[in-house]
Design a protein around this ligand. Structure first.
Ligand code: ATP
Ligand code: MG
Length: 227
């Protein structure tokens, strides 16, 4: 059964449609790659899932429950972690505080926080050395790692990673790919939705690929990307 289902999603920004009848589903344990060029609608789809962009038409179901009308702040407890494209760390908070933010917002219990911190240590051990540094004083690549850690704190069931490889130097991109593999090993039941403009990059780690173009899913492009 699908953990998340987006059905015929239509969304608009400034009066123009950025998602046109987009339907996707993702099961627990699946890694789904969402591929599309700049402006294709990848971020818009993730924002719809998080409740940051309203639907004009369509529905979003999570664990069999329709959440389309659920405001963003009420989605905190659903267990969906989000690492936005532009990271959005709080510059005056330390790395550790940035990672703990969703735990405070979601009122996670001590044991759950501890379990999530252990997962983050396993997936991204480099974050340990950075934990006392201020978010605003990190490099872009380091911030991406913190954003992953923060998403894992919130992501009990699923994480949404928006172009995590964008702008990473090759060595750091390899490291990030290793982290995703470590995450797969440690949390085989987690659903991972990751976006990218280049299909080659995610091919080795994705179970399935979906191609978006101008707000629409492109079935033909998907078949090409798979062969
Ligand atoms: N704040 C905004 N104001 C106006 N139009 C916007 C805004 N944000 C996005 N759009 C438009 O919405 C469409 C979808 O954008 P979206 O950010 O979802 O694409 P994307 O696939 O994430 O692109 P990228 O690879 O550049 O991140 C684009 O046509 C974009 O120009
Ligand atoms: Mg985007």
């Amino acid at each position: 059964m699908a953990l998340l289902k987006v059905n015929h999603a239509v969304a608009e920004i400034a009066g123009s449609q950025v998602l046109r009848q987009v339907s996707i589903d993702i099961a627990a344990g699946e890694t789904l790659a969402l591929i599309g060029r700049n402006g294709a609608g990848k971020t818009s789809l993730l924002r719809v899932i998080m409740g940051a962009l309203p639907l004009v038409h369509g529905s979003v179901e999570f664990n069999g429950r329709d959440i389309a009308m659920l405001p963003a702040h009420d989605r905190v407890g659903l267990g969906i972690g989000y690492a936005p494209e532009e990271r959005r760390l709080i510059g005056k908070f330390t790395v550790r505080e940035n990672i703990l933010l969703p735990a405070w917002a979601g009122r996670l219990g001590r044991a759950e926080i501890q379990e999530r911190l252990e997962l983050i240590d396993f997936v991204a051990p480099e974050l340990k050395d950075l934990s006392a540094r201020l978010g605003g004083l990190l490099s872009g690549g380091q911030q991406k790692m913190v954003a992953l850690g923060r998403a894992l704190m919130a992501g009990k069931h699923m994480v949404l990673l928006d172009e995590p490889f964008q702008g990473l130097a090759p060595a750091l991109a390899l490291k990030y790919a290793d982290m995703l593999r470590a995450l797969r090993d440690a949390r085989p039941d987690l659903a991972v939705l990751v976006t990218e403009s280049n299909p080659q990059l995610l091919q080795p780690m994705a179970d399935r690929m979906i191609v978006l173009e101008r707000g629409e899913i492109q079935v033909e492009a998907m078949e090409k990307a798979i062969v």
